[in-house]
Write a protein that binds this ligand. Structure first.
Ligand code: 5GP
Ligand code: ZN
Length: 122
């Protein structure tokens, strides 16, 4: 299956495999550009991962032409937060590189909500 944009998915990328349907996920939203699903190890009552269908290792690799996609993921997070009535607030997180603990190298935005969160993050 081709990812959106017509590019081949990375066969060894976990999130490309979720996009292609080869690895199961609890999908909560899907369109031609993006997919949102429950994190397998939730850190808050709401913990969604919002990803582009097209493979991109992370924010550090994003090009100026990716700006609409990165913005789209953020606005999708806001929409999903509204639908989940996270009126008390929520956090969107993009981990980049080893110091931030990025462990999956397909760009993904975390949406965390449903509990108070400390600042600064650890
Ligand atoms: P990172 O640390 O790269 O910012 O976030 C990767 C996230 O992916 C982690 O929160 C982790 O729990 C989640 N994750 C890892 N493997 C899977 C999986 O197979 N399915 C789902 N739904 N989430 C996963
Ligand atoms: Zn990928």
């Amino acid at each position: 299956m081709l990812a959106a944009g017509g590019e081949m998915p990375e066969l060894d990328c976990l999130f490309c495999r979720i996009v292609a349907g080869g690895v199961p996920a609890k999908t909560v939203y899907e369109d031609d550009q993006a997919l949102a699903f429950e994190d397998i190890n939730p850190q808050a009552p709401t913990h969604l991962l919002i990803i582009p269908k097209r493979h991109l290792p992370g924010l550090a690799e994003a090009a100026p032409a990716d700006a609409p996609m990165v913005g789209y993921l953020q606005l999708l997070a806001a929409r999903l937060a509204r639908e989940r009535r996270l009126e008390q607030g929520y956090r969107t997180v993009l981990n980049v590189g080893p110091h931030a603990g990025q462990s999956v190298f397909h760009l993904h935005l975390h949406l965390l909500g449903g509990r108070p969160m400390a600042w600064p993050p650890g």
